[in-house]
Structure formats: structure tokens, C-alpha cells
Design a protein around this ligand. Structure first.
Ligand code: PLP
Length: 430
């Protein structure tokens, strides 16, 4: 009998098993595409249905070096023959030391200590622990529309949509959300929206969260699940200035925007001079092997006491070896630059092909993180108008599948088609 809680990605195979074994499946399971992979390489997924799909989902922004890049496969294979698992707080292994060195070449100055876990959510949880322990303060402020994961703490910090936390409260306490400077939705210029959102942040600190209770502001430099949208640079700079002024930490969640996705290695590098206190990364770091990292200064990291951070599988040797290979490929093949150039091509193409389509309110993108938003941006979540926009985005995503193109949807109401090509994507594929 199958468990009632299965990962989404195995729905179809589980369905087949269920047919064979008569096991019951949970109705929670829902798959965005009907595709079952036989094998995959580069930008392509070869389905068991005999069709070749151009994969612009990349396992939700993970397989940046393309599926089964030979260097990553070779590194993982070789590592399997040496040691698979040692638990690095017990016995250190070479791949993790190498990954730390390599990652250090990309990390912002001053972030010279790295903690490893398995997933983005775990890294987010680690950052919450670190921020509270280091400051002795309870509050984490997040930005409206942010997505930080599905574990209970990470879901408590997530406002990208109600579906991520509805029904299993009470959530973590000591969380407050501040406004996102969403110019389109507010009907303002970007500058006006930033001024408005920064005033809202100041108001939050004057009314709900005392500055000496603020441990950290946690923000994505680009909204991921919240709509594939850049967070305005002046807003990020404003949050940096305010956290510093109030003795709180700025934690940047680069799980989705990091590792070259936006045409710079880190999403926050689009904002000149921005320095986080803590940076979280995962997804694109190891081409699909589960590993995440939280980087901070050694001083800060030492404020979490031994035993408070850890986990059995975090920093796994095979995942770390794949991470070293991945960062090597990103560097050697110039994938950050490819992300920028191919992204510009794709954005220009989408804008010219879709110009004047009245159901579309915005076509946006930085690097290879692109979104097409449907409907009226001022529509209230829960309204018929918002539901119709989400239905349209879903219909477009399904129609793409008929054309052998895989994409996803996102946004608080699901009204954005998101396009996440691998960083190795070619001009022809674009
Ligand atoms: N943070 C961001 C910005 C994400 O996009 C995600 C996942 O999509 C997470 C955190 C959670 O990562 P995971 O699904 O690996 O737990």
C-alpha cells in the first residue's frame, strides 16, 4: 500500500503503481504537466510518450547546467566510488571543502563561513535560528509576496499565496510582513511605489515590531513563486540601510535567483553595493543534487551554538561533488553571461510576439527568470477577475505542452506563466 503523502513529482508513476496494486492515492497530489521522463539531456526532456519536450521548468530552477551535464554526472559517479555520506559535523569530506572554496569565490565579501543543508526551506530555517540567536530578538520581517519554503517556519514566512500555509496553523510567531513596492498593482511609478513601501516598513517598526525586537528582514532579491518579478533596487537598499540602523540582519534568500539565474551570479548584485549579512542559496548550486547553503561571516555564524544547526544528510558528499562540478561548468561555459544574453533575446521575442494581447498586463524578465502576467494587476485575490486570469495562465501553460514546451505558473493567484530555461539554453532553443 502506498503512503498517502507522496512527492508531487512521482504522481504519475505512483498512479501506475496504484493501478497495479489498487492502492489509494491522496487527492492532494496534482502534477503541473502529464509528462513522465524517460531520460533528459541539456534543455530537453524525452518523455515515455516518445515526445521531446523543451524544458523551461528546469525542475523549478534547479538544473541550470542542463539535464545530466556530463561533467556533473562524472563528478557524482566518481564520488559515489569514494564516499557517499560521512555527516560533515562528524567527519569532514573533501568535496565539501572544495565546494566551500569554490562557493567562496562567488560569495559577497565578508561572508566567509558556510553552513550546508539539503533544501532551501532548511537553509531558511537555519537563517531564522541564526538571526534570533545572534541578536537575541524575536521578530523576522518578510516582504509581501515572498516565498521561502514549505516547512512550518518557512511557510510562516511565506506570503506568495495562501495555499502554502492555509489549514495547518498555528504558524510560527514573531513574524510580520511588510509591503512589496508593486508599482503595477499600486498604480504608481516604481519610485513612488518604493517610497510608499519604505514608509510602510517604517510604520510597521513604529507600530507593531519595536526596532529592538527586530532580528532580521528576510527578502528575495527577485520574487520567485510570488510572480517572477525583480524587487526594486532602491527598496532593497532602503531595507539594508534600515536593518543596519536598527542593529538587525539583512537575510537574502537567493534560493531561486542565485547561481546565475538573473544574468548575474547573485540576484542582489543588480543592486550596487548591497551587502547581505546572511545569504541563502540552493536550487542551481548542484544541478539537481539536493544541497543548500547558508553563508555569513564567521563571527555571526559562531553566535549559533553547536548542535543548534545541523542535520544528518546536509552537505552530502555526492551532492557537494556535483556542486563543485556545477560551479565549474557555470564558470567555464560562461553561463552567467549566457543567462543574461539569452534572457534578453527571449524577453525581446516575447514582447514583440505578444505585443497588444489584451489579456496580458506585463511581460518581464531579468536573465532567464521570465514571467508573463495575465489579467488586471489590481484585481483582488479571490475575485472572479483574478480567478479568470489564473485560468488563462493555466490554459496557456497547458497549450505550451501541446507544442512540446514545458513552463510553469506562479504568482499569488497563479496568474503568471513563468519561464525558467536552463542556463545552457541556446539561441535556437530560445
Ligand atoms: N526560497 C525560495 C526563494 C524558493 O524559491 C524556494 C523554493 O522554491 C525555497 C526557499 C524553498 O526551497 P525548497 O523547496 O528546496 O525547500
Amino acid at each position: 500500500r502506498l503512503s498517502t503523502i507522496l512527492p508531487l513529482t512521482i504522481l504519475v508513476s505512483a498512479y501506475r503503481l496504484s493501478v497495479m496494486s489498487n492502492a489509494s492515492l491522496s487527492p492532494l497530489l496534482k502534477q503541473a504537466t502529464p509528462v513522465v521522463v524517460d531520460h533528459a539531456s541539456g534543455s530537453w526532456i524525452h518523455g515515455t510518450d516518445g515526445r521531446d519536450y523543451l524544458d523551461f521548468t528546469t525542475g523549478i530552477g534547479v538544473t541550470s547546467t542542463g539535464h545530466c551535464h556530463p561533467d556533473v554526472v562524472a563528478a557524482a559517479r566518481e564520488q559515489c566510488g569514494k564516499i557517499i555520506h560521512a555527516q560533515y559535523t562528524t567527519v569532514m569530506h573533501q568535496p565539501l571543502l572544495e565546494l566551500t572554496d569554490k562557493l567562496g569565490e562567488f560569495l559577497p565579501e565578508g561572508l566567509d563561513s558556510v553552513f550546508y543543508a539539503n533544501s532551501g526551506s532548511e537553509a531558511v530555517e537555519s537563517a531564522v535560528r541564526l538571526a534570533r540567536m545572534a541578536t537575541g530578538r524575536p521578530y523576522i520581517v518578510t516582504v509581501q509576496g515572498g516565498f521561502h519554503g514549505r516547512t512550518v517556519a518557512a511557510a510562516s514566512l511565506t506570503t506568495a499565496g495562501t495555499k502554502f500555509s492555509a489549514g495547518f496553523g498555528p504558524l510560527m510567531s514573531g513574524v510580520a510582513t511588510t509591503s512589496f513596492p508593486h508599482a503595477l498593482r499600486l498604480g504608481m511609478t516604481e519610485d513612488e511605489a518604493v517610497d510608499y513601501a519604505l514608509k510602510e516598513f517604517d510604520f510597521l517598526l513604529a507600530t507593531r515590531v519595536a526596532p529592538n525586537e527586530l532580528a532580521a528582514v528576510l527578502v528575495e532579491p527577485f520574487l520567485g513563486d510570488g510572480g517572477y518579478m525583480a524587487v526594486p533596487q532602491r527598496y532593497l537598499a532602503g531595507l539594508r540601510e534600515r536593518t543596519e540602523r536598527h542593529g538587525a540582519l539583512l537575510v537574502l534568500d537567493e534560493v531561486q535567483a542565485g547561481c546565475g539565474r538573473t544574468g548575474k551570479f547573485w540576484g542582489h548584485q543588480h543592486t550596487e553595493g548591497l551587502r547581505p549579512d546572511v545569504l541563502i542559496t540552493a536550487k542551481g548550486i548542484a544541478s539537481g543534487f539536493p544541497i543548500s547553503a547558508m553563508a555569513a561571516s564567521r563571527d555571526l555564524m559562531n553566535k549559533a551554538w553547536p548542535g543548534s544547526q545541523g542535520g544528518t544528510y546536509g552537505g552530502n558528499a555526492v551532492a557537494a561533488a556535483a556542486g563543485v562540478a556545477t560551479l565549474g561548468v557555470i564558470e567555464r561555459e560562461g553561463l552567467v553571461e549566457n543567462s543574461r544574453v539569452r534572457g534578453e533575446e527571449l524577453l525581446a521575442g516575447l514582447r514583440s510576439e505578444l505585443d497588444g494581447v489584451s489579456e496580458i498586463c506585463d511581460i518581464r524578465g531579468t536573465g532567464l527568470m521570465l514571467g508573463i502576467e495575465f489579467g488586471n494587476p489590481t484585481a483582488n485575490a479571490g475575485s472572479e477577475e483574478a480567478a479568470e486570469a489564473a485560468r488563462l495562465a493555466g490554459a496557456v501553460q497547458q497549450a505550451c505542452i501541446d507544442e512540446d514546451l514545458l513552463t510553469l505558473t506562479c504568482g499569488p493567484t497563479g496568474n503568471v506563466v513563468r519561464i525558467i530555461p536552463p542556463l545552457v539554453v541556446t539561441s535556437e532553443e530560445v
